[in-house]
Design a protein around this ligand. Sequence first.
Ligand code: SAM
Ligand code: SF4
Length: 346
Amino acid sequence: MPDLAAATLPLSPPALLQDGYGRRVSYLRLSVTDRCDFRCVYCMAEEMRFLPRAEVLTLEEMAAAAEAFVSLGVRKIRLTGGEPLVREGLVSLVERLARLPGLDTLALTTNGSRLQQFALPLKQAGLHSLNISLDSLQPERFHELTRTGHLGDVLAGIAAAKAAGFRRIKLNSVILRDRNDDEIIDLVRFSRREGLDLAFIEEMPLGVIHEHDRALSFVSSSEVLERIRGEFDLLPCPEALASDAGGPTRYYHMPDSTIRIGVISPHSNNFCSSCNRVRLTASGRLLLCLGNEHSVDLREVMRTAPGDRERLQDAIVAAMPLKPERHEFNLEEPPQIIRFMNMTGG
Ligand code: SAM
Ligand code: SF4
């Protein structure tokens, strides 16, 4: 188990992070690994080459980066990947980050396969909230879409997360035409029954895949909402209920249920104007935008001057003007972004 020293917090006064378009950056998605025990068909190629260990940030470096961001005004961190629960020592990282003064929300996105083992330790370590990916409720189809996953493990993981006391667990489903679009209503029913929020995500052209044609499999959020409206009353969420600390999800609710239905629409409803997010990849590349390559190498900064918080803060502040105004996705053209979602940090 890595030795993570207790957090020491900012020496210099917080300077808020703001990009060249006046957007305040208050949300960091931190990818703790590019590795994963699944090979979801929209996220990865079947044969993947992962980063050599030396190129991946150590847990100490991840904690140092997170502390620098929080000292600069970041209020929410989401741990992601790859699959964060395959990273050894993750619980100790959560324990350290959860204690950071000034951090309001520490969240994690997982495929759920290892939650039976980790839900309780994560809760005890101080993790606030969980997103769990679930694209199908049919065991064979689930295995086909994830290539290696077992639905039973994920359902048991969801049960473990509820039993551990997590509130407002959110399920994420990527909907692909003729693969799982016939399960939209089943997924809504499941979420209502389980008392879990559910967000439908439009597939994004991140990385070159040959398994399916992303243009043909695309299902827009408006189509998803239309189909749900065929079965349930959907009302836009009042502001208080809709708030998700500035995430990209647009929420709806139903008069006869406590859950929220969300849509994440990187194609059809470009959310860039209110973007408050940046991503740090497992190799320490600070990505300023999901759909562009503008980035700064923070690993280089941390390895050249280990422990130099001020230098790291300066590098982060200096990166902000590189944040592009918006992303454009065009499914008719070859992907502009050749990095896969597991590299990006979803
Ligand atoms: N392994 C974890 C999981 O699956 O939840 C965390 C990382 S995963 C990259 C984060 C989210 O990105 C998942 O909900 C996944 O479904 C979504 N995702 C992956 N590739 C995507 C793509 N090409 N388009 C849209 N969403 C994608
Ligand atoms: Fe792994 Fe998540 Fe990508 Fe699926 S979406 S392959 S679970 S990183």
